[in-house]
Design a protein around this ligand. Sequence first.
Ligand SMILES: [Zn+2]
Length: 271
Amino acid sequence: MATNGMSLLFRLPATLRPAAYRTAQGRAKSQLSSLAPSNANQCRTFTTNAPRLGSTPDRATDCDACTAALQSNRKWAQDATTKDPELFDKLSKGQSPPILWLGCSDSRCPETTLLGLKPGDVFVHRNIANVLHPGDLSSQSVIYYAVGALKVKHVVVCGHTSCGGVAGALGNSTLGPLDMWLEPVRELRAKNAKVWEGLDDKEKALKLVEANVRAGVDVVRKTPTVIEAMKSRGLTVHGMIYNIASGQLEELDVSEGEEQKSVREAAFSTA
Ligand SMILES: [Zn+2]
């Protein structure tokens, strides 16, 4: 799903691809290039010792972005061990993350990095445009496990500025399987069309990002495991928007009224 979806996204008309998206792609490529070994000999030396991702010999000697990333991984693991010698040993024994993050697949929104946290701190589900369908087995399984078994304390639904999936839902092109995936976002667009009349494209996109986060929070709060955890141990559900242009998160006010809360809780009550 993710691979097909992303290749479709790349085929979106240029007008549907925000400039920031293209710029970030170029920047990411140049960052990886700077990590790449500077000559073929270094590349061969590295790949000889590196774990192979596939068995094809000529692939293993390619000096490409993936090779550079593997090299970067070695340095990262060494640096992390230097800072905290017990980190990987602790992680190998289990996890107890306090946060479940439900965000967008976008490469510019790596939750653990932008939160300044470490492996083991955040349990994650990401998909295109952070859409939360109540009937989606993948996200619902993640929520069920993270809340019911790992007992996370916070669930964060996070959207972001310059979201390609939201831009796709605002456009009128057909996008293959993404049409089905983005249907709830298109529904929000249709529902708010009159209210958002007169706004420019950027303002509309931001409104839709926010409405989509609020809809996601609503879906999460209506999940039986979450209802139970909110009542019994104070699990908190948050809505946030990540600003790609500043690197900062903004929290939305997603508090609910007493009446809304009691109606939601009554949905699965057997009393
Ligand atoms: Zn996105």
